[in-house]
Design a binder for this molecule. Structure first.
Ligand SMILES: N[C@@H](CCC(=O)N[C@@H](CSC=O)C(=O)NCC(=O)O)C(=O)O
Length: 283
Protein backbone atom coordinates (compact mmCIF):
# COMPACT_ATOMS: atom_id res chain seq x y z
CA UNK A 1 0.00 0.00 0.00
CA UNK A 2 1.48 3.33 -1.09
CA UNK A 3 0.75 6.64 0.56
CA UNK A 4 0.75 9.69 -1.69
CA UNK A 5 1.50 13.01 -0.04
CA UNK A 6 -1.15 15.49 -1.21
CA UNK A 7 -0.02 18.53 0.80
CA UNK A 8 2.27 19.56 3.63
CA UNK A 9 2.07 22.90 5.45
CA UNK A 10 4.09 24.08 8.41
CA UNK A 11 1.71 24.96 11.24
CA UNK A 12 2.13 25.62 14.98
CA UNK A 13 5.74 24.47 14.78
CA UNK A 14 4.74 21.14 13.24
CA UNK A 15 3.35 19.98 9.92
CA UNK A 16 -0.20 19.55 8.73
CA UNK A 17 -0.17 16.91 6.02
CA UNK A 18 -2.77 15.30 3.80
CA UNK A 19 -2.31 11.84 2.25
CA UNK A 20 -4.15 9.75 -0.28
CA UNK A 21 -4.17 5.96 -0.65
CA UNK A 22 -6.15 3.08 -2.11
CA UNK A 23 -8.36 1.61 0.57
CA UNK A 24 -8.84 -2.14 0.58
CA UNK A 25 -11.90 -1.89 2.84
CA UNK A 26 -13.66 0.80 0.84
CA UNK A 27 -12.37 -0.10 -2.62
CA UNK A 28 -11.69 3.51 -3.47
CA UNK A 29 -9.12 6.24 -2.92
CA UNK A 30 -9.22 7.74 0.56
CA UNK A 31 -7.72 10.94 1.88
CA UNK A 32 -6.75 11.53 5.47
CA UNK A 33 -4.98 14.36 7.24
CA UNK A 34 -2.25 13.99 9.86
CA UNK A 35 -0.87 16.70 12.10
CA UNK A 36 2.66 15.99 13.30
CA UNK A 37 3.48 18.31 16.14
CA UNK A 38 7.18 17.68 15.81
CA UNK A 39 9.69 15.70 13.82
CA UNK A 40 10.58 13.60 16.82
CA UNK A 41 10.83 9.93 16.10
CA UNK A 42 9.72 8.83 19.58
CA UNK A 43 6.49 6.90 19.55
CA UNK A 44 3.64 9.27 20.22
CA UNK A 45 -0.06 8.86 20.99
CA UNK A 46 -2.66 9.26 18.28
CA UNK A 47 -5.99 11.06 18.48
CA UNK A 48 -8.33 10.10 15.66
CA UNK A 49 -10.89 12.71 14.58
CA UNK A 50 -14.05 11.97 12.61
CA UNK A 51 -15.89 14.84 10.97
CA UNK A 52 -19.56 15.18 10.24
CA UNK A 53 -21.96 15.09 7.33
CA UNK A 54 -20.77 16.82 4.16
CA UNK A 55 -17.18 17.29 5.41
CA UNK A 56 -13.93 16.53 3.67
CA UNK A 57 -10.59 16.27 5.50
CA UNK A 58 -10.31 20.04 5.04
CA UNK A 59 -13.07 21.17 7.42
CA UNK A 60 -11.25 19.98 10.50
CA UNK A 61 -7.75 21.02 9.54
CA UNK A 62 -8.74 24.51 8.42
CA UNK A 63 -11.54 25.37 10.87
CA UNK A 64 -11.14 23.49 14.15
CA UNK A 65 -8.06 25.29 15.45
CA UNK A 66 -6.63 21.96 16.53
CA UNK A 67 -2.98 22.39 15.66
CA UNK A 68 -1.92 24.88 18.35
CA UNK A 69 -3.39 22.91 21.28
CA UNK A 70 -2.13 19.65 19.75
CA UNK A 71 1.36 21.06 19.53
CA UNK A 72 0.97 22.31 23.11
CA UNK A 73 0.41 18.81 24.44
CA UNK A 74 4.11 18.20 23.89
CA UNK A 75 4.49 19.09 27.56
CA UNK A 76 2.66 15.85 28.30
CA UNK A 77 3.29 13.74 25.22
CA UNK A 78 5.97 13.91 22.59
CA UNK A 79 3.41 14.83 20.00
CA UNK A 80 -0.19 14.18 19.19
CA UNK A 81 -0.88 13.35 15.58
CA UNK A 82 -4.51 13.81 14.76
CA UNK A 83 -5.79 11.83 11.87
CA UNK A 84 -8.91 13.05 10.23
CA UNK A 85 -10.03 10.41 7.77
CA UNK A 86 -12.27 11.49 4.96
CA UNK A 87 -13.50 9.55 2.07
CA UNK A 88 -13.35 9.68 -1.66
CA UNK A 89 -16.10 10.69 -3.99
CA UNK A 90 -16.87 7.31 -5.49
CA UNK A 91 -20.55 6.71 -4.92
CA UNK A 92 -23.35 6.27 -7.32
CA UNK A 93 -26.05 6.60 -4.70
CA UNK A 94 -26.05 10.30 -3.94
CA UNK A 95 -29.69 10.99 -3.27
CA UNK A 96 -29.62 13.81 -0.74
CA UNK A 97 -27.14 15.82 1.29
CA UNK A 98 -27.62 13.68 4.39
CA UNK A 99 -27.33 10.26 2.75
CA UNK A 100 -24.50 8.43 1.01
CA UNK A 101 -21.93 10.56 -0.83
CA UNK A 102 -20.25 12.86 1.69
CA UNK A 103 -23.05 12.07 4.09
CA UNK A 104 -23.06 8.35 4.71
CA UNK A 105 -23.70 7.73 8.37
CA UNK A 106 -21.37 8.02 9.98
CA UNK A 107 -18.31 9.35 8.34
CA UNK A 108 -18.77 12.11 5.84
CA UNK A 109 -19.00 10.11 2.71
CA UNK A 110 -19.19 6.59 3.92
CA UNK A 111 -20.72 5.33 7.13
CA UNK A 112 -18.25 5.61 9.86
CA UNK A 113 -19.68 3.20 12.33
CA UNK A 114 -21.34 0.90 9.90
CA UNK A 115 -20.07 -2.12 8.08
CA UNK A 116 -23.02 -2.32 5.76
CA UNK A 117 -22.47 -3.74 2.30
CA UNK A 118 -20.11 -1.46 0.35
CA UNK A 119 -19.87 0.88 3.33
CA UNK A 120 -17.13 -0.55 5.46
CA UNK A 121 -16.16 2.70 7.13
CA UNK A 122 -16.22 1.18 10.61
CA UNK A 123 -13.55 -1.35 9.56
CA UNK A 124 -11.63 1.37 7.79
CA UNK A 125 -11.45 3.55 10.90
CA UNK A 126 -10.85 0.83 13.48
CA UNK A 127 -8.60 -1.50 11.44
CA UNK A 128 -7.23 -0.33 8.11
CA UNK A 129 -6.38 3.25 8.98
CA UNK A 130 -4.58 2.41 12.27
CA UNK A 131 -2.45 -0.12 10.39
CA UNK A 132 -1.50 2.57 7.89
CA UNK A 133 -0.77 5.11 10.62
CA UNK A 134 1.34 2.67 12.63
CA UNK A 135 3.31 1.60 9.56
CA UNK A 136 4.08 5.13 8.36
CA UNK A 137 4.29 7.39 11.43
CA UNK A 138 6.01 7.23 14.83
CA UNK A 139 2.80 6.26 16.60
CA UNK A 140 2.28 4.21 19.73
CA UNK A 141 -0.57 1.76 19.05
CA UNK A 142 -1.18 1.35 22.77
CA UNK A 143 -2.01 5.05 23.21
CA UNK A 144 -4.95 5.86 20.99
CA UNK A 145 -8.10 7.90 21.51
CA UNK A 146 -10.91 9.18 19.35
CA UNK A 147 -13.11 12.23 18.89
CA UNK A 148 -15.47 13.70 16.36
CA UNK A 149 -18.35 15.99 15.50
CA UNK A 150 -22.03 15.28 14.95
CA UNK A 151 -22.20 12.19 12.73
CA UNK A 152 -18.46 11.74 13.35
CA UNK A 153 -19.01 12.32 17.09
CA UNK A 154 -21.39 9.40 17.02
CA UNK A 155 -18.81 7.42 15.05
CA UNK A 156 -16.23 8.14 17.75
CA UNK A 157 -18.58 7.00 20.50
CA UNK A 158 -19.46 3.83 18.60
CA UNK A 159 -15.81 2.96 17.89
CA UNK A 160 -14.95 3.39 21.58
CA UNK A 161 -18.01 1.57 22.94
CA UNK A 162 -17.70 -1.35 20.54
CA UNK A 163 -13.99 -1.85 21.28
CA UNK A 164 -13.57 -1.76 25.07
CA UNK A 165 -10.00 -0.88 26.01
CA UNK A 166 -8.88 0.03 22.49
CA UNK A 167 -9.33 3.77 22.97
CA UNK A 168 -8.02 5.42 26.13
CA UNK A 169 -10.64 8.17 25.96
CA UNK A 170 -13.42 9.48 23.77
CA UNK A 171 -14.92 12.91 23.24
CA UNK A 172 -17.47 14.43 20.92
CA UNK A 173 -18.87 17.76 19.83
CA UNK A 174 -22.65 17.75 19.35
CA UNK A 175 -22.80 14.04 18.57
CA UNK A 176 -25.78 12.20 17.21
CA UNK A 177 -26.36 10.11 20.33
CA UNK A 178 -29.25 7.77 19.60
CA UNK A 179 -29.57 7.33 15.82
CA UNK A 180 -32.21 4.60 16.00
CA UNK A 181 -34.50 7.27 17.50
CA UNK A 182 -33.77 10.26 15.26
CA UNK A 183 -34.62 11.09 11.64
CA UNK A 184 -30.97 11.13 10.42
CA UNK A 185 -30.26 7.72 11.92
CA UNK A 186 -33.52 6.13 10.81
CA UNK A 187 -32.96 7.36 7.26
CA UNK A 188 -29.37 6.07 7.18
CA UNK A 189 -29.97 2.76 8.95
CA UNK A 190 -32.90 1.80 6.78
CA UNK A 191 -30.84 2.62 3.70
CA UNK A 192 -27.64 0.86 4.81
CA UNK A 193 -28.91 -1.93 7.06
CA UNK A 194 -32.46 -2.57 5.87
CA UNK A 195 -35.70 -2.47 7.78
CA UNK A 196 -34.82 -5.00 10.48
CA UNK A 197 -34.44 -2.65 13.42
CA UNK A 198 -32.78 -5.30 15.57
CA UNK A 199 -29.66 -4.90 13.39
CA UNK A 200 -29.55 -1.17 14.03
CA UNK A 201 -28.70 -1.32 17.74
CA UNK A 202 -25.18 -2.64 17.07
CA UNK A 203 -24.43 0.83 15.66
CA UNK A 204 -26.28 3.02 18.14
CA UNK A 205 -24.15 4.71 20.83
CA UNK A 206 -26.98 4.81 23.37
CA UNK A 207 -27.78 1.11 22.89
CA UNK A 208 -24.05 0.28 23.07
CA UNK A 209 -23.63 2.33 26.26
CA UNK A 210 -26.59 0.54 27.82
CA UNK A 211 -24.89 -2.81 27.10
CA UNK A 212 -21.29 -1.71 27.88
CA UNK A 213 -19.23 -3.99 30.11
CA UNK A 214 -15.64 -2.91 29.38
CA UNK A 215 -13.06 -1.00 31.42
CA UNK A 216 -13.74 2.57 32.56
CA UNK A 217 -14.09 4.97 29.63
CA UNK A 218 -14.18 8.69 30.25
CA UNK A 219 -16.48 10.55 27.88
CA UNK A 220 -16.44 14.30 27.27
CA UNK A 221 -19.31 15.82 25.28
CA UNK A 222 -19.74 19.49 24.42
CA UNK A 223 -23.03 20.71 23.02
CA UNK A 224 -24.24 24.15 21.89
CA UNK A 225 -27.63 25.18 23.23
CA UNK A 226 -28.52 27.04 20.01
CA UNK A 227 -27.64 24.04 17.84
CA UNK A 228 -30.41 23.71 15.24
CA UNK A 229 -29.97 19.95 15.11
CA UNK A 230 -30.42 19.69 18.88
CA UNK A 231 -33.79 21.43 18.73
CA UNK A 232 -34.74 19.33 15.69
CA UNK A 233 -34.36 16.15 17.76
CA UNK A 234 -31.42 14.77 15.76
CA UNK A 235 -28.90 14.58 18.61
CA UNK A 236 -30.78 13.33 21.74
CA UNK A 237 -27.89 13.63 24.25
CA UNK A 238 -30.21 13.00 27.24
CA UNK A 239 -30.76 9.42 26.07
CA UNK A 240 -27.02 8.72 25.98
CA UNK A 241 -26.42 10.37 29.35
CA UNK A 242 -29.17 8.23 30.92
CA UNK A 243 -27.68 5.03 29.47
CA UNK A 244 -24.17 5.97 30.63
CA UNK A 245 -25.34 6.77 34.16
CA UNK A 246 -26.88 3.32 34.49
CA UNK A 247 -23.56 1.74 33.50
CA UNK A 248 -21.34 3.99 35.60
CA UNK A 249 -19.72 5.33 32.45
CA UNK A 250 -18.47 8.77 33.51
CA UNK A 251 -19.75 11.42 31.12
CA UNK A 252 -18.91 15.09 31.36
CA UNK A 253 -21.65 16.82 29.36
CA UNK A 254 -21.37 20.60 28.91
CA UNK A 255 -24.20 22.64 27.41
CA UNK A 256 -22.91 25.96 26.11
CA UNK A 257 -25.22 28.97 25.91
CA UNK A 258 -25.40 30.62 22.49
CA UNK A 259 -23.30 28.13 20.51
CA UNK A 260 -24.58 26.43 17.37
CA UNK A 261 -23.49 23.30 15.46
CA UNK A 262 -20.67 24.89 13.48
CA UNK A 263 -16.88 24.84 13.56
CA UNK A 264 -17.05 28.20 15.40
CA UNK A 265 -18.39 26.12 18.29
CA UNK A 266 -15.86 23.31 17.81
CA UNK A 267 -12.87 25.65 17.68
CA UNK A 268 -14.05 27.37 20.89
CA UNK A 269 -13.62 24.18 22.93
CA UNK A 270 -10.97 22.26 20.98
CA UNK A 271 -8.29 22.99 23.55
CA UNK A 272 -10.39 21.36 26.30
CA UNK A 273 -10.76 18.23 24.21
CA UNK A 274 -7.03 18.05 23.53
CA UNK A 275 -6.41 18.35 27.28
CA UNK A 276 -8.98 15.61 27.99
CA UNK A 277 -7.28 13.24 25.56
CA UNK A 278 -3.73 14.10 26.63
CA UNK A 279 -4.67 13.28 30.24
CA UNK A 280 -5.61 9.69 29.34
CA UNK A 281 -3.04 9.19 26.63
CA UNK A 282 -0.18 10.04 28.92
CA UNK A 283 -1.45 8.46 32.16
N1 LIG B 1 -25.57 21.15 4.25
C1 LIG B 1 -26.39 21.11 5.41
C2 LIG B 1 -25.57 21.37 6.67
C3 LIG B 1 -24.52 20.34 6.84
C4 LIG B 1 -23.82 20.48 8.14
O1 LIG B 1 -24.16 21.26 8.99
N2 LIG B 1 -22.79 19.65 8.32
C5 LIG B 1 -22.07 19.69 9.55
C6 LIG B 1 -22.06 18.35 10.17
S1 LIG B 1 -23.73 17.86 10.51
C7 LIG B 1 -23.62 16.29 11.19
O2 LIG B 1 -22.89 15.45 10.91
C8 LIG B 1 -20.67 20.19 9.31
O3 LIG B 1 -19.74 19.86 10.00
N3 LIG B 1 -20.52 21.01 8.28
C9 LIG B 1 -19.25 21.55 7.88
C10 LIG B 1 -18.97 22.91 8.42
O4 LIG B 1 -17.88 23.44 8.10
O5 LIG B 1 -19.78 23.47 9.19
C11 LIG B 1 -27.49 22.09 5.27
O6 LIG B 1 -27.55 22.66 4.22
O7 LIG B 1 -28.24 22.23 6.24
Amino acid sequence: MTLKLVSSNKCAGGFQKVFEHDSSELKCKMKFAVFLASEETDKCPVLYWLSGLTCSEQNFITNAGSQIPAAGTRDHASSLPITSPRSCDVDSGAVSWDLRTRAGHFGGGRPLDLDATNYRMYSYVTQELPKIINANFPSDPSRVSISGHSMGGHGALVCALKNPGKYKAVSAFAPICNPTQCPWGQKAFSSYLGNDRSAWEAYDATALAAAYSGPPLDVLIDQGREDQFLSAGQLLPDNLIAACSQKNLPVVFRLHEGYDHSYYFISSFMRDHMTHHAKFLTA
